[in-house]
Design a protein around this ligand. Structure first.
Ligand code: ADP
Ligand code: MG
Length: 640
């Protein structure tokens, strides 16, 4: 029979499996059992809506069989089975996300074999322990059964075979033992039993095996009271028998009571189920009885998946009804701002064959989701309080999502999210919550100050910042795209409003200072007009300001939007026309500015050039591009 070739990607993965020196080869069993369980899920689901299946939950099982003489290990199920085409498709390609993710990680991390076990690597993992893999399968509803067979990377065959029952049998011809590796251990019942406990305990169908057991031989009645020669009771006699035993507890971890589950078990379940090799930062077991009765188990991952901030990422929780999965990603169970949460919801209150459209408008679901949202928030707040380092890790991964959450939907979720935010405190040199910021404010500070820009180092250069620093006021430095929109959306926090260093009145002057400033402005009126004319087309206004500290000038945008925000919009839409108008602020106490003022009546031509230089300084400080660098250098050279 002609051998068929594996698809290129599969071949590479297969090679890796066959030549693997990975020490946790045992995970192959977990993979085969999980496939069996998936196949049973499918038939069980069908049985709910199709009378003809004639099976109920109790009729399903996964059987392990070890044949020591032949060196064969068989995993069989009475699930949905595979047709010939499905064998071709499913066993000849890496279709599943786990294997793909695994491959991607391998490509990235220089094929570090130690990460193999941390992914769901799927069916091919069988080749880590087997020379030959044979799959017999009969699909539900079909007459014929098929056999798939492969001895590794050189290809596989598919041929008709005899099989009377629906389902699949995967037969492994184990590799011969070597000095380093005893493959025959996978034929030992205790080894198999342990592996099932370790990896597959929550599989909801019985995983059965004929177990050899020992028991005391029942003595015939008349011998029972007999004593031996010394008058002692006779030594007990033992006999060996076999019994079909169920190896797994079958209760899914989310159905178990919290006190019966260890942290390792919770973490292990997460890694297995959601193909993450990092421990989650938190697990949230939920058990609710009431208007809707359900159990849930939610996780906060430690890292954002590589596609998290793209359209490809699928949010949602797995939805089960009485132990049968009905939806892999039920989006309606988590709000967008918590879309990083992974987990499972199981409720008997949902009908199983409910359609997706009906689910969307389901009242029970919306009760559950409201409830879960509260639980998630509470968990995050607890983490913020008790495990700050973990919380910062969380925030590094998903903080941006929370900020998007604040600004999206016209700020609808801001009250729910504002306490979860962290920003960089320039004074404390660490991340703080808004609450921490406000509580640390000196009594005379009236506003929450923030500055947005490319980097903390740049922001620390702002003249306005230096002014605030002198007063002992803290400033929140915001360096992410979305940051600046957050205070705009929140408007205030604990009754303190936000003031943007770049655009807003910092409100620092006393009444007297304000009066004095007005007098200065009056004195400068004509000079300011001169400067505005000198910078025609570049600025919309020139003004004097007492907020500049030791700096001679700064540029601020007119009209509330900041330069940073403008840059952000330009990045989003490079075609965006129009620019923000700029206001040039001058420090009347600065010697350079005083010199300029003196020059205006005596040497207007030179004063004009000074104004131009100062304008460019403003551009530099505001991190804006110099419009005509060549003209600027010429200008400077001319002045030297
Ligand atoms: P995954 O389980 O993530 O899909 P695998 O590599 O483990 O990836 O399996 C590939 C596919 O082979 C499965 O999706 C399924 O369609 C099919 N398959 C594997 N084992 C069985 C089985 N015991 N019964 C039915 N189909 C199976
Ligand atoms: Mg699988």
């Amino acid at each position: 029979m002609a051998k068929k070739q594996f698809k290129a990607e599969s071949k590479r993965l297969l090679d890796l499996m066959i030549n693997s020196i990975y020490t946790h080869q045992e995970i192959f069993l977990r993979e085969l059992i999980s496939n069996a369980s998936d196949a049973i899920d499918k038939l069980a689901y069908l049985a709910l809506t199709d009378q003809n299946v004639g099976m109920s939950r109790e009729d399903f099982f996964i059987d392990l069989r070890a044949d020591k003489k032949l060196g064969l290990l068989t995993v069989s199920d009475n699930g949905i089975g595979m047709s010939k085409e499905e064998m071709e498709q499913n066993l000849g390609t890496i279709a599943r996300s786990g294997s793909l993710q695994f491959k991607q990680a391998l490509d990235k991390e220089n094929a570090d074999v130690d990460i193999i076990g941390q992914f769901g690597v799927g069916f091919y993992s069988a080749f880590m322990v087997a020379d030959t893999v044979t799959v017999l399968s009969k699909k539900y509803g079909e007459e014929e059964a098929w056999m798939w067979q492969s001895s590794g990377a050189d290809g596989y065959t598919i041929s008709p075979c005899e099989k009377t029952t629906v389902g699949t049998e995967v037969i492994l011809k184990l590799k011969a033992d070597t000095e380093d590796e005893k493959y025959s251990r996978f034929l030992e019942q205790y080894e198999l039993q342990n592996l099932v406990k370790k990896y597959s305990d929550y599989i909801r169908y019985p995983i059965r095996m004929e177990m050899e057991k020992h028991r005391r031989k029942e003595l015939p009645e008349d011998e029972k009271d007999e004593k031996d020669e010394d008058g002692e009771e006779k030594a007990p006699e033992w006999e060996t028998y076999t019994e079909l035993s169920t190896l797994n507890s079958m209760i899914p971890v989310w159905q178990k009571s919290k006190k019966d589950v260890t942290d390792e078990e919770y973490d292990g379940f997460y890694k297995d189920k959601f193909y993450d090799f990092e421990k989650p930062l938190a697990h949230i077991p939920v058990s609710v009885e009431g208007a809707v009765t359900y159990k849930a188990l939610l996780y906060i991952p430690a890292k954002a998946p590589y596609d998290f901030y793209t359209k490809d990422y699928k949010k949602g929780l797995q939805l089960y009804s009485s132990g049968v999965m009905i939806m892999e990603h039920c989006e309606d169970l988590v709000p967008d701002h918590f879309r990083f949460v992974r987990g499972v919801v199981d409720t008997a209150d949902l009908s199983l064959n409910i359609s997706r459209e009906m689910l969307q408008h389901n009242r029970q679901l919306s009760i559950i989701s409201t409830n879960l949202e509260k639980k998630i928030k509470q968990e995050l707040l607890n983490m913020q309080k008790d495990r700050r380092e973990d919380y910062e890790k969380f925030f590094a991964a998903f903080g941006r999502q929370l900020k998007y959450g604040v600004v999206s939907d016209y700020g609808m979720h801001k009250d729910a999210l504002q306490d979860l935010l962290l920003f960089w405190s320039a004074k404390e040199q660490k991340l703080v919550t808004l609450k921490e910021y406000v509580e640390a404010m000196p009594e005379e500070q009236k506003h929450i100050y923030f500055a947005a820009g490319e980097s903390n180092a740049r922001l620390a250069q702002l003249p306005q910042y230096q002014r605030l620093q002198e007063k002992g006021f803290d400033v929140l430095f915001m360096t992410e795209d979305v940051d600046e929109f957050v205070p705009r959306t929140l408007m205030n926090y604990m009754e303190k409003d936000f003031r943007n260093l770049a655009t807003d009145d910092l409100d620092l002057s006393t009444e007297e200072e304000k009066k004095a400033a007005e007098a200065v402005a009056e004195d400068w009126k004509e000079d300011l007009d001169f400067i505005k004319t000198a910078l025609e087309g570049k600025i919309s206004k020139a003004e004097v300001s007492a907020d500049l500290g030791s700096h001679p000038v700064c540029l601020v945008p007119e009209g509330g939007m900041s330069f940073e925000m403008e840059k952000y919009f330009k990045r989003m839409d490079p075609e965006m026309s129009g620019r923000l108008q700029k206001i040039l602020r001058l420090n009347p106490d600065h010697p350079a500015i005083q010199k300029l003022k003196a020059l205006i009546p005596s040497d207007p031509e030179k004063a004009k050039q000074y104004a131009q230089v100062l304008y460019v300084q403003g551009l530099i400080l505001a991190d804006l591009p110099i419009e005509d660098p060549q003209a600027y250098t010429e200008l400077i050279c001319g002045l030297l």
